[in-house]
Design a protein around this ligand. Structure first.
Ligand SMILES: [Zn+2]
Length: 233
């Protein structure tokens, strides 16, 4: 018995030492990029689409649904490079459901129900909705992440992505995460967030959000935000 106890203490000590040594090795690296996403399954949902155009860009008149799709497809590519299996709710502007339905409201409702079903059926580790924000004042700018009311993991994921986006996109007056009972953040058991990449009501930001280079930075920051969440698990 005694010997077993000593062996246990020795093993525990060795494991602790190994853990500390590992921690030290990570110093000096990008603190947000240390976790591996290999083997994860993530739902990427480019918001709106089809007859639902989303918000409209204040200076260029561009539809939100188009930029959501551009960023969503880039996010898929970046996540796949990390070894993630990505489930897209849509990959084009084609209707997700009810293509024959002429009533806009019914068509939208069918679309939402289909997305809910995709999320439920995916059995995924995470849900990321991609949107562009809007506000009555043109001054509002910067990314903002939303999670479902009272979802502890959703909040943790939202805060991780918010922190990294604020830093990597060099946002001068950063926004804070927010929450609500958003319909697509409810289904499935996975942590879910909506990433509002920036404001379509801010002329400068709206133009920036359409530039390929800025979109790449947005996507890289989302991926690093997910890694930051994973490394704090
Ligand atoms: Zn939207």
């Amino acid at each position: 018995m005694r010997l077993k106890k000593w062996l246990f203490v020795l093993l525990a000590g060795l494991m602790l030492f190994a853990l500390c040594a590992c921690g030290e090795e990570k110093e000096g690296q990008n603190p947000y990029a240390s976790a591996s996403l290999e083997g994860m399954k993530i739902i990427v949902d480019p918001g709106h689409g089809d007859t639902d155009v989303g918000t409209i860009g204040v200076s260029t008149g561009r539809y939100e649904k188009e930029v959501n799709l551009e960023i969503g497809l880039k996010l898929r590519e970046a996540l796949e490079k990390e070894g993630v299996t990505v489930i897209m709710t849509r990959e084009s502007d084609e209707p997700v459901a009810a293509a024959e339905e002429t009533d806009i409201a019914k068509r939208k409702e069918a679309d939402m129900q289909k997305r809910e079903q995709i999320i439920r059926d995916a059995n995924a580790d995470m849900y990321i909705g991609v949107h562009q924000n809007s506000f009555e004042s043109a001054d509002a700018y910067g990314p903002q992440i939303f999670y479902y009311t009272d979802s502890a993991e959703g909040k943790k994921l939202a805060e991780s992505i918010q922190t990294v986006m604020n830093e990597e996109l060099e946002i001068e007056t950063p926004r804070k995460v927010n929450f609500g009972r958003y319909r697509l953040l409810a289904p499935g058991g996975q942590p879910s967030v909506t990433v509002e990449c920036g404001f379509f009501t801010n002329p400068a930001e709206e133009e920036k959000l359409q530039q390929g280079e800025y979109q790449d930075k947005v996507v890289a920051a989302i991926v690093d935000g997910i890694k930051y969440y994973k490394s704090n698990k």
